[in-house]
Design a protein around this ligand. Structure first.
Ligand code: PGA
Length: 259
């Protein structure tokens, strides 16, 4: 089962994940990271800045989970721009080693295959950071997505568009389509680190971690992966039925085990 770590606040979760990523980069300087966007991973990226201050990151490679389709790559809310602004620039990563799915309409029919080939050429993603949507999505794999799916174009749910409207001037501006790593793609990463902070994520998080494995809750795909770490604050943990056991297991975790 997934290891579930309940932290008091998102900042502690960010520190925990950042120190593990720093440790992994020191051991493997060309580590391949799977990068998430949205509000959830920000505490990790903030904590990575000091954690990586003395670490050579010139070899680190990265693949974003998803991108909007048809949004100008130069738009401040394109995930290409977001990854550059929130991850690549502050952490001093090499932009040539960081890829984002190409959401431009020109070539969109093959953009998924191109992205899959690039991940394969890199030897696969070693550690994939994930958030979860209020509708249970991971990446932009909306409810009903196949567990075997690969990087492809999807239609965003109205709920996701409403959730993401805060980043845009008006809700209508949120693109209707996206290109996202598939659940099958995500399940091939070496380790999954799923983060959730805040009460609005509690139901989706509990369904993903403890509910039946179902395409109706794409996040439940994590139950099929052998190495998953779920890091949540108290609010996001509110609907977990085995929270006491997770706390007990973490408090008694063997010291030789990493994250
Ligand atoms: P959020 O989005 O981090 O902005 O809440 C999570 C997601 O949609 O996966």
């Amino acid at each position: 089962m997934a290891e579930v770590i309940i932290v008091p606040r998102s900042a502690e979760g960010g520190n925990l994940v950042a120190s593990e990523i720093a440790r992994r980069i020191r051991a493997t300087p060309d580590l391949v990271l799977g990068l998430a966007t949205g509000s959830t991973p920000l505490p990790v990226y903030e904590a990575l800045r000091p954690a990586l201050a003395e670490v050579d990151v010139s070899g680190v490679r990265g693949f974003a989970l998803d991108e909007y389709v048809g949004l100008d790559p130069a738009h401040p809310q394109s995930y290409r721009s977001v990854i550059a602004r929130e991850v690549v620039e502050p952490l001093g990563l090499d932009p040539a080693r960081i890829r984002v799915p190409d959401g431009r309409l020109d070539g969109i029919a093959h953009a998924g295959e191109v992205y899959e080939a690039a991940i394969m050429d890199a030897g696969g993603i070693a550690l994939q950071i994930l958030g979860i949507g209020t509708d249970g999505h991971i990446g932009f794999n909306e409810p009903g997505s196949s567990f075997a799916s690969r990087t492809r174009v999807k239609t965003l749910t109205e709920q996701t568009r409403a959730d993401n409207a805060r980043f845009f001037a008006s809700p209508d501006e949120v693109p209707m389509h996206c290109i996202t790593q598939g659940l099958g793609t995500i399940l091939e990463a070496g380790q999954l680190v799923l983060l959730a902070f805040g009460r609005s994520k509690a139901a989706a998080l509990a369904a993903a971690v403890e509910g039946p494995v179902s395409a109706s809750v794409p996040g439940s795909a994590i139950q099929l992966h052998p190495h998953v770490t779920v890091v949540v604050d108290e609010d996001a943990a509110a609907e977990l039925t085995r929270a006491d056991y997770y706390r007990y297991a973490y408090a008694n975790k063997p010291t030789w085990q990493g994250l």
